[in-house]
Every structure is written in C-alpha cells, then in structure tokens.
Design a protein around this ligand. Structure first.
Ligand code: GAL
Length: 385
C-alpha cells in the first residue's frame, strides 16, 4: 500500500534504476551484486577535491567527508583549489596519477574538468559530483546535492511572504545578487528565486531599479563578499538616490549576503532595513540574522550531505550500484532523481536532499543538527569545531 506520493516516486525511481542500473554496472569498478566483494576499505583511497577554503562552507564539507571516510577505514587525499579552475584540474590530474579508487569533486568550474575526467573514466575510476554538477563528461556516475532550484524558490517565497505581495499593492524595489558565473548551482539558485517573483516583476508590483534581471547581470565573481559589496555599492549610488527605498535583496548565499549587508551599512540612505536573503548558515551571517541585518538563510545540512555522499561512494567501492533503493536506508529525506540534472552528456543519477529556511525565530533547529551551539551569551550561535 503506497501511503504517500513520495512512495510512488520511489517505486518509479526504483524501476527506472533497475533499468539503468544494468548499464551502470559496466561503467565503473563494479562487479555483479552476487559476487560483490566487500573490499577492505584500507586498500581503498578516496580523492576529494573541494573548490576553496576562503568560503566557509567548503572547509566543513572537506573535513566532514575526510573524517567520515577515514572513520570507515578508507584512505583520503583532500585538496582545496583556491577557487581556481586550472589549479583544481591539476589537483584532479594528480589524484588520478595516484590511482585513487574514487574521485569526489565539488567543482570550481563544472565545465573545466571534462577532459581530465574522461581520463578517469578510461582508468575505470568512478567519479561522484558533490554539490555542484560537473558538466560535459560521461565519467560522472552520481550527483549528490540539495535541490538547488528549491534553494532559490525558498528565497523568493520568503520575500513574497514578507512583502505580502498577494495582499498589498506595492510597488516595492528589489535587487538580485547571484553567485559565480562558473558555478552550475548559481544559475539554479537565481532561476528558482526569479521564477517565483517574475509575475510580480512583470506586473510592476516588484521594481528592479537597476534593470539587472538576468543571472549574467547579477553574478558575483568567486562568490566573494568584497565583490558583492562593490557591486551593490555601485548599484545603490546609481539607482537609489537619497530617500529611495530598497525593500529587498535576493542574495543567493551568505558570502554574497555579507557583502550586500556591508554595502547597505556603508552606502544605503533609506530609513528601512532591506529584507536580505542568504544560504549556508555561515557564522557571521547568523549573527546578522540575530541583529536584524539579514532576514533569513537557506540551510543545507552538511552532516546529511556528507552522510549520503559517503553511503553512495561506499556502495560503489564495494562493487554495488547505489540506484534508487539506497534512499530507503537513509535516515533523512532524500529524493533519487534521474530526470533533472543533465550535464550535457546525460541525465546524471542524483540524490537530492531538502534545504530549509532559518530565521531568528528557529535558530534552535541549527543547534539540533549538532553542528552549532549557543554561545555563552545565549544570543549568538557558533559552529561546533
Ligand atoms: C554553491 C553552493 C552554495 C554556496 C556557494 C559558495 O555551489 O551550493 O552552498 O555557498 O557555492 O560556495
């Protein structure tokens, strides 16, 4: 008896995966399930490539993943690439030359690794795309992330609710601040938010004074706060003369929200506090949320993401095919998706976790993840190191 729509989705996904699963068995170091040799983890090495350490979240991802695999007995080589696509490509070439048994990559630029990863495929090294989809190569076996369009949609819906767009006449002034052009996720974040608000923009209830309404126009180089600050200061000086109210800014993540908040502090002359969105639950942004300088952040539980990623990789390393059935063994809500993320070569089998909104009213949810704790002042949160 299928109780929920999601059960039906799982049944369909399972059937799909059983059909696809046979083809997958041919594309990696896998053996038929009947002979699946539970290999000794100590003989296996995972190559993990993270994009940078100057953006808070990737340090946590790298450490969580490394610890998870090493606790299970695997060897790990972890690289960070200073947000430089060329450096990351060289880092991955290095990992392949060390004959790692699996590559786990959060790409700086999802389009820059295709040739190198084709070599990984030739050496039968499975490649799992972490958080950001790697484009243009058949080598990608699985993609593990959050539903990225939902991240943006949550931000757009939050603005819609806070401005009561269906119950007030407006007009309201809004701006959009996106992520890095090379980050495949960033476009999903922007589109998720923009598509949620486009009808209000078209009707004139929401007014984008800068005229910047495409992802390319609102992208922030390397996601860096200083670049978001500079872009927003320029926008405010050009389009928000003294007394002009800016009601909301959709920032795709917390590092850009930090820069926008700094620009509001330095350059905005309006009497109101614009509603600013974010993503990731970075420490300084959580302080700004408590202090009312940022309204919300979309939180993606990295413990959950690393756990799902570990289970997918472990299944592959043991010579099995993860497919749809894996989600039934996981303690959190995960959607197995085979029709959303096309990397230019194929629809990549994806495991998508569920993001959620954090405001000053539900910060305790972060503490309950065991990844944050209340400071002694009982007012601000810090990450559990
Ligand atoms: C995205 C990631 C976000 C965001 C950004 C900056 O790809 O999904 O969590 O923080 O990168 O690193």
């Amino acid at each position: 008896m299928l109780r929920r729509k999601s059960d039906m989705k799982k049944v369909i996904a399972t059937i799909t995966a059983l059909v696809m699963g046979g083809s997958l068995a041919a594309c990696g170091k896998t053996s038929s399930s009947s002979e699946s040799a539970v290999s000794n983890p100590g003989d296996k090495t995972i190559g993990i490539a993270m994009p940078a350490q100057n953006l808070e979240r990737w340090n946590s991802d790298g450490e969580f993943l490394k610890n998870k695999f090493e606790e299970a007995g695997y060897n790990v080589i972890l690289t960070y690439s200073d947000n430089n696509a060329t450096k990351q490509n060289n880092d991955v070439i290095g990992l392949i030359s060390k004959d790692v048994d699996l590559l786990l990559i959060a790409a700086v630029d999802g389009k820059e690794l295709s040739k190198t990863l084709d070599e990984a495929k030739a050496k039968n090294i499975p490649v799992v795309s972490y958080d950001r989809l790697i484009m243009g190569t058949e080598a990608i076996t699985y993609y593990v992330s959050f539903d990225n369009a939902t991240v943006g949609k949550l931000q757009g819906e939050y603005i819609k609710e806070q401005l009561q767009l269906d119950d007030t006449s407006g007009p309201y002034n809004i701006e959009f601040v996106g992520g890095d052009l090379a980050d495949n996720n960033a476009r999903y974040f922007f589109n998720g938010a923009y598509d949620t608000l486009v009808n209000y923009i078209d009707s004139g209830k929401l007014n984008v004074r800068s005229g910047k309404t495409t992802f390319e126009q609102v992208a922030t180089t390397d996601w860096l706060p200083e670049n978001a600050k500079k872009d927003m200061e320029k926008n405010l000086n050009a389009n928000y003369p003294s007394g002009t109210q800016l009601d909301a800014v959709i920032c795709s993540n917390d590092s850009t929200a930090l820069g926008v908040t700094q620009a509001i502090d330095s350059t905005y002359n309006g009497s109101n506090q614009p509603i600013i969105t974010g993503q990731d639950g970075d420490e300084e942004n959580l302080r700004n949320i408590v202090d009312g300088k940022q309204a919300m952040t979309v939180y993606k539980n990295l413990n959950d993401l690393t756990l799902v990623t570990f289970e997918v990789c472990k299944t592959i390393l043991e010579g099995n095919v993860p497919a749809a059935g894996l989600v039934d063994s996981l303690p959190m809500e995960v959607t197995y998706d085979t029709g959303s993320y096309n990397n230019g070569k194929k629809y990549v089998q994806s495991y998508l976790l569920v993001p959620y909104v954090i405001t000053k009213d539900n910060l305790q949810l972060l503490v309950e993840t065991d990844l944050y704790k209340w400071n002694d002042d009982g007012k601000y949160l810090s990450k559990v190191k």
